[in-house]
Write a protein that binds this ligand. Structure first.
Ligand SMILES: [Zn+2]
Length: 168
């Protein structure tokens, strides 16, 4: 099955693109680009778009409407921006097009919505020095690394076991 990830703005800002395996296609909706204001991140994103590493795809209106309706029924509508909705809608669209999809987002409401649509999701790797990290979780098979344990305790990219490592 073809593998794809959909990134939200926080995933772009934290540099997720750099550690994703090369056989994984990276998708973002147009609205995410508008939210990337930091000059370095924007430069990196533009370069990734030019090389085709990151693909821009806007989800069909019908699916956006469907995700909007579900977010309302879950009581999440107020917690979600239109960009959040489009991130999830894009993942739904790719999933229904036959992709194995993972959504990278730290947003609890986005994760909740993903759950409702049967989509896999994972928190974003944080690389900021502001955060004190005691452990990282490294995939035993691919290059995935995160400082948080994914919800199912498996590598969100390839499904292999994660190894906990102490970070000094
Ligand atoms: Zn892996």
């Amino acid at each position: 099955m073809k593998k794809a990830v959909v990134l939200d703005t926080s995933a772009i800002l934290s540099g997720t693109i750099n550690y994703l395996p090369f056989d994984t296609e990276i998708y973002i909706p147009q609205s995410v680009i508008m939210e990337v204001k930091d000059a370095d991140s924007r430069y990196r994103l533009e370069t990734s778009m030019q090389t085709g590493r990151v693909k821009i795809l806007n989800p069909p209106t019908q699916i956006v409407n469907e995700v909007n309706r579900v977010s309302m029924s879950l009581g999440e509508a107020l917690n979600l921006t239109q960009t959040d909705i489009e991130v999830v809608a894009l993942a739904v669209y790719l999933h229904r097009s036959g992709y194995s999809v993972i959504v990278f987002s730290d947003d609890y409401s986005v994760q909740n919505l993903c759950k409702r649509f049967g989509l896999k999701f994972t928190p974003v790797k944080t690389t900021g020095i502001r955060e004190v990290r005691r452990y990282i979780y490294k995939c035993t098979a691919c290059s995935y690394v995160s400082d948080r344990l994914p919800y199912d305790k498996k590598c969100p990219i390839c499904g292999s076991k994660l190894k906990r490592k102490r970070v000094s």
